[in-house]
Design a protein around this ligand. Structure first.
Ligand code: NI
Length: 278
């Protein structure tokens, strides 16, 4: 079996067939964690998780994108341009805490910092807002003893500094994963030293940029994900991604590490079960 540790079947792209997509994945022994990006999508992730006896879990948080209402254009590669409009929301600790305490919620995320989409002239103010929200999520993760799912784009220096500062001298250190890891090996080493996991998705099927990290890192800290509906792996580039396609990520990791697919499937499944206590 495989566990897609970062899916968004709770997003609008699956509004007509989310349950079918989930059932198809479960029928192929692919489990998933649906990740919220704002209150509505977090709540929908919880609803999906509670509908299924096993194999479907939820993570709740306010993504840095949604601290400000605006049009987002993201380009993963020349084949895929993602466009969507964000809804402005402020991180309400109590509301998210109530949601996070519900059954089947296994993590706090995705939260973190995204410096790729800052508005001109607003950079510093928006960075402050993002950091405040991120710190609120860290506090929630610590209070509820749940792992974090961290989103980080062009902000590894600050994410590392915040995590280090937050965990320094504390008895209950934070656990979590850096989703869709986009850093260098030197940054990977620092996350690993703090006990964090690194997670990879379809991006690694069309770029060699992360081969060094994938080859060097301990397998015991590696997770796989889709980030569906985005970032479909080869051979589905440009199509809607779904949890079932997480197998292409596992295949690519097996190929890069020069080991069997079964070994990657087993260890990443065990890692996900351990980190998310499922
Ligand atoms: Ni995501």
């Amino acid at each position: 079996m495989l566990i897609d540790t970062h899916a968004h079947v709770n997003f609008i792209a699956f509004k007509d067939d989310g349950d079918e997509v989930i059932k198809m994945a479960l029928a192929s022994d692919v489990w998933m964690i649906n990740v919220g990006s704002q209150y509505d999508t977090s709540r929908r992730a919880v609803q999906y998780a509670q509908k299924y006896k096993q194999g479907v879990y939820a993570s709740v948080a306010l993504h840095p994108f949604h601290l400000k209402g605006k049009k987002i254009t993201a380009q993963a590669d020349p084949n895929e341009v993602i466009e969507f409009e964000t809804q402005e929301e402020k991180f309400d600790y109590q509301k998210y805490k109530e949601l996070a305490c519900q059954l089947k919620v296994v993590a706090i995320g995705e939260t973190g910092l995204d410096y790729y989409h800052l508005d001109k002239g607003e950079e510093e103010r928006q960075k402050v807002l993002q950091k405040e929200s991120f710190l609120g999520h860290l506090q929630l993760a610590r209070e509820l003893e749940k792992p974090l799912i961290v989103h980080c784009r062009e902000a590894h220096t600050d994410v590392l500094a915040i995590l280090k500062d937050y965990t320094a001298g504390k008895e209950n250190g934070l656990e979590g994963t850096i989703h869709s890891f986009s850093g260098r090996w030197s940054q990977a080493e620092q996350y690993l030293a703090m006990g964090f996991y690194l997670s990879f998705n379809g991006i690694i099927t069309f770029t060699r940029d992360y081969d060094k990290v994938i080859k060097n890192m301990p397998l015991e800290r590696l997770l796989i994900e889709t980030d569906c509906p985005y970032l479909a792996p080869v051979p589905y580039r440009g199509k809607r991604n779904e949890p079932l396609f997480v197998k292409y990520v596992a295949e690519k990791i097996a190929e890069t590490r020069g080991v069997n697919f079964e070994e990657i499937a087993e260890i990443t499944t065990n890692n996900a079960k351990k980190l998310f206590k499922i």
